[in-house]
Write a protein that binds this ligand. Structure first.
Ligand code: IFM
Length: 734
């Protein structure tokens, strides 16, 4: 039977090497490791990214998440032939380099175990089946485990196995580590190193269990343990390699701790570590699995996106957050965007609330960076950076990489994409509404919410007898530095209104915290009056005649481009027309007015007809140049009853990483597309919401062929199970 928990590659697809390296990643919320091969492969990009370890290279515009030493290398010689995935035409009579006879790779998402089986013939004619397994322990985040099994099918080969840690690693060519300390003794190899600018220290150690006499050697930056033995026909050998990792973010002595931990873990052994790892995954899935009956592809896609969120989500650390590309690639340099709060976090708020809290605490701990940014721009309160790393300071590069013509494009998002302040506030309130975590709100969340409100109070401009906000970039990043983005202005009104509700709640339920915050943030009666004035007089661009929100004044004066005619596209319309022309057109990058509707829905205070008008206006102008877009459109289309479009958008969102339909998965998983897909199912198809009486309700509109959806969510500390049946389920049409 087809297992709906498994991602499979059969046979080997070298042309998809980097795509598969990303999607078959293993991880445990502390680190992730791309699915590079133990024996290496030309142009592969092995990477282990550890939360919080950033470094700013000399000459680089911004810091980046650092590639840790590679714990994967295991080289095997069979009768002297080095095992490699040889893919050129095989000359069976003269297999000079050995021959690849078969290949299959699977990622079991239920247990986070990556497995590869390979049939290989050495040049002597000996044939072996090699089975590689690896996992990053979810039970102990510092432990990484590998097993290789060698089954002899034909011949009695001599086997040499060399297992290393490779300290000679880089991020696209730049080497961040220095101050190496490489050791090898008593069947243990280890590496200590320090990032050159930020000074984070790392310690990694490995031990091997295998037949033959094990010899450890410190070869340059690749300490290695080797062994040699001979196997008889039908005999099997097992090699277990256990590696451990600590950084100076965890302990004062990362190298010493890694060495001690590797001895303990190796003593327990691979099988015991695996049992504990699987048990931990069972707990995870028990809360997070969404089951779809009637659509196997959707089922796999939902497990895939949840798996990738879970392996990136920090369970034991509230000073790190999930980058736009999770921990699975170098894209966006590991920086954290609004992707986390508005796309990834809702999934965690509902299914793993303690992790959601960690992510919000990352913003709380970085409030000082947000305050610096507001002050540096001449404002009060807190303005979170558009891109954030370990310090909470703005890390958006000001310039793009060189374009094909050699020029660089100015990136304005770090200056002007200020809606991030409200996105984070929105996530704080959503977390509180769902969890009822009053303590978080009193001690941390309210400060985030209110100080970002203070920012907007100082940012709104009194002009033309109303309030306006100039020089913004809304979610549609194709239009830069515009005045009066309806998304921004309307969300600011929501933010300030909600700040009053929050202050009221604090006054009635946490008077001393209320008093503290009023003092600390200087929430004087004058300031609150000013907020009331902004709420009453904010300019919300709206076309009375057409009954639509206007994305920004002047938008409809731009050149109209019939986006739907540009099908079947394999790239964004922006890539087709070019950056400079697109800015002057009505092409929209991603849900903008549509995102406003998704986030506020009833609170937007407009009729269903206005929402439909908005949809009919903006959907045909959107090219989904951002991976965040299709899932947001699924959610809104479903709520508007546009069932076919909702499912089309769902499929588009589901394929972003699995099918690499944007062609950039080599750089990492699109974390927001993952979270967005789950959000689209829960809030869109299942119509899950908290009603005015504080009760959970669903207003489902399942795709016609889905028979039912089951899921669990936490609501105010209690876990609630839902099974939503589709009364009109019909089989999918061919
Ligand atoms: O945050 C997004 C943005 O909305 C669109 N460009 C990519 C960013 C990171 O995913």
């Amino acid at each position: 039977m087809h297992r709906l928990w498994t991602l499979k590659e059969f046979p080997f697809h070298p042309e998809k090497l980097l795509h598969h390296e990303t999607i078959f990643c293993v991880g445990n919320g502390y680190l992730s490791t791309r699915a590079s091969f133990e024996e290496g492969y030309p142009k592969q990009v092995p990477a282990t990214l550890v939360h919080g370890i950033y470094n700013h290279a000399p000459g680089a515009l911004v810091p980046e998440l650092v590639n840790a030493p590679n714990w994967l290398p295991i080289n095997i010689r069979i009768d002297g032939t080095l095992f490699q995935l040889i893919t050129e035409a095989i000359d069976f009579l003269h297999p000079a380099k050995g021959a690849l006879l078969g290949y299959q790779r699977t990622l079991d998402m239920e247990s986070g175990v990556l497995r590869r089986e390979v049939l290989f013939r050495a040049k002597t004619g000996s044939i072996v089946r090699l089975v590689f397994e690896r996992f990053a322990s979810l039970h102990d985040q510092h432990v990484l485990a590998q097993r290789v099994q060698i089954f002899v099918i034909d011949g009695n080969p001599e086997i040499i196995v060399e297992s290393s840690i490779d300290g000679d690693v880089d991020n696209n060519g730049y080497k961040h580590w220095g101050d190496f300390n490489v050791e090898a003794a008593d069947n243990m190899i280890s590496i200590g190193a320090k990032t050159q600018q930020s000074g984070y220290r790392i310690g990694m150690a490995s031990k091997v269990k295998a037949s033959g006499k094990l010899r450890a050697k410190a070869h340059g930056l690749q300490p290695t343990i080797s062994t040699k033995f001979t196997l008889q026909p039908q005999e099997t050998a097992t090699i277990d390699k256990i590696t451990t990792i600590y950084t100076s973010r965890d302990t004062e002595e990362p190298l010493a701790d890694a060495k001690q931990k590797v001895s303990e873990a190796a003593k327990k052994g691979y099988d015991t570590l695996l049992v504990k790892h699987r048990a931990e995954w069972r707990k995870y899935w028990d809360s997070s699995d969404i089951q779809v009956d009637g659509d196997e592809e959707a089922q796999i896609a939902l497990r895939f996106v949840m798996y990738h969120i879970l392996i990136a989500a920090p369970r034991n650390d509230d000073r790190v957050s999930i980058g736009a590309k999770t921990l699975s690639g170098f894209g966006y340099k590991g920086h954290v965007f609004w992707d986390t709060e508005l796309f990834i976090l809702p999934t965690l708020t509902l299914t793993q609330p303690t992790i959601a809290r960690n992510l919000l605490m990352y913003r709380y701990h970085n409030l000082s960076g947000a305050r610096n940014k507001a002050r540096a721009n001449g404002y009060e309160g807190a303005l979170f950076p558009w891109e954030s790393a370990d310090t909470g300071e703005e890390t958006t590069p000001q310039w793009s990489d060189p374009q094909p013509d050699g020029t660089r494009i100015r990136i304005w998002t770090g200056d002007s994409e200020q809606h991030i302040a409200t996105d984070i506030a929105y996530a704080v309130l959503q977390y509180w509404h769902w969890t009822g975590d009053d303590e978080f709100l009193r001690k941390n969340g309210a400060e985030i919410f209110l100080d970002t409100a203070v920012f907007w109070g100082s940012r709104a401009e009194a002009k033309n007898g109303r309030y306006e906000i100039s020089q913004q970039i809304g979610p549609d990043e194709y239009h830069e530095n515009i005045d009066n983005s309806v998304f921004v202005n309307r969300m600011v009104v929501w933010h300030l209104q909600s700040a009053f509700n929050l202050l009221n709640w604090l006054k009635n339920n946490a008077a001393s915290d209320c008093e503290r915050l009023v003092q600390q943030l200087n929430l004087t009666p004058q300031r609150l009056d000013h907020w009331r004035d902004i709420i009453a007089k904010m300019y919300i661009p709206f076309d009375e005649q057409k009954q639509i929100h206007v994305q920004f004044p002047g938008f409809f004066d731009l050149e109209y481009i019939p986006v739907p005619l540009y099908e079947p596209r394999t790239m964004s319309v922006q890539a087709i027309l070019g950056h400079h022309r697109t800015i002057k057109t009505q092409v929209i990058k991603q849900a903008d007015v549509v995102a406003l509707m998704a986030l506020l829905w009833d609170e937007l205070g407009v009729s269903h007809q206005v929402k439909l008008n908005n949809w009919n206006t903006y959907y045909p102008r959107t090219d989904h140049g951002s991976s965040l877009s299709p899932a947001m459109h699924t959610w809104v289309a479903s709520k508007l009853g546009l069932d076919e479009t909702a499912y089309e958008m769902f499929q588009h969102a589901a394929e972003i990483d699995l099918k690499d339909n944007k062609g950039n998965v080599r750089d990492g998983i699109h974390g927001a597309a993952c979270g967005g897909l789950i959000q689209a199912v829960l809030f869109g198809f299942c119509g899950l919401y908290i009603n005015a009486q504080g009760k959970l309700e669903t207003e489902p509109r399942l795709p016609a062929h889905w028979k039912q959806v089951s899921f669990k969510v936490y609501y105010r500390g209690k876990r609630r199970s839902f099974t939503i049946k589709n009364p009109v389920a019909v089989p999918p049409s061919e």
